[in-house]
Ligand binder design. Structure first.
Ligand SMILES: N[C@@H](CCC(=O)N[C@@H](CS)C(=O)NCC(=O)O)C(=O)O
Length: 206
């Protein structure tokens, strides 16, 4: 399978998943924001010119969460997903989708305002508002992680999605000093050999 990846982006989630599962993959790497990401050939597989995208035979799929669910359903053999008959299954789905639903929107605003926009177009009010919202969203993770190692029992793909989002949030300046459970959780997932292997293809901001 081929993973379209940009170092410094959430496409590291897909590489991390493949590393956790021990599945082989081929990488096509872009520089984030480069003109190649708007080239017609890439827009055929990713109409918005974004990563990650997975190519599996003739099948392409974008959206990191959808890719993770696709790979697990087809090739995971039950790994990284709690059994449907357990209470952890609903918890897993909830935190899996919390990443793109609640954490990444303010993260996106902060990245746009502090990285992508030219200095004269940046707006500190937007950054402050997004940072406040991000800290509130991380507060829910803080409460949930009390007494837990991972989001839904054992390590699951919810940790790949929301764990990664927590890690990015902290790197972007969210204040985790008042969120000890989140800080410990980030440290825990950062120690995973599969994430470290995935990061070899990535920049420190992933
Ligand atoms: N919700 C999408 C977000 C995809 C996305 O925004 N990817 C960013 C990298 S983190 C991207 O490719 N940005 C390139 C650009 O905006 O030109 C997902 O989870 O896959």
């Amino acid at each position: 399978m081929r993973i379209y990846h940009a170092p410094g982006s959430r496409s590291v989630r897909v590489i991390w998943l493949f590393e956790e599962l021990g599945l082989p993959y081929e990488l096509v790497q872009f520089k984030l924001g480069s003109p190649e990401m708007r080239a017609p050939e890439f827009l055929k597989v990713s109409p918005m010119g974004r990563v990650p995208v997975l190519l599996d035979g003739e099948q392409t799929i974008f959206e990191s969460g959808a890719i993770v669910q696709y790979v697990l359903a087809k090739y995971g053999d039950g790994a990284l997903v709690p059994d449907m008959s357990t209470p952890e299954f609903a918890t897993y789905l909830q935190w899996f989708h919390y990443a793109e639903g609640m954490l990444m929107p303010p993260v996106n605003t902060i990245v746009v305002e502090t990285v992508f926009l030219s200095e004269e177009r940046r707006n500190q009010v937007n950054v402050d508002r997004a940072t406040k919202l991000l800290n509130r969203m991380l507060g829910a993770v803080e409460m949930h992680m009390e007494g837990r190692e991972y989001l839904a029992g054992e390590f699951t793909a919810a940790d790949i999605m929301t764990g990664h989002a927590c890690s990015v949030a902290a790197r972007l300046g969210a204040d985790v000093s008042a969120l000890p459970n989140v800080a410990a959780y980030i440290a825990r997932i950062e120690e995973r050999p599969a994430l470290q292997a995935a990061r070899k293809h990535s920049l420190p901001t992933d």
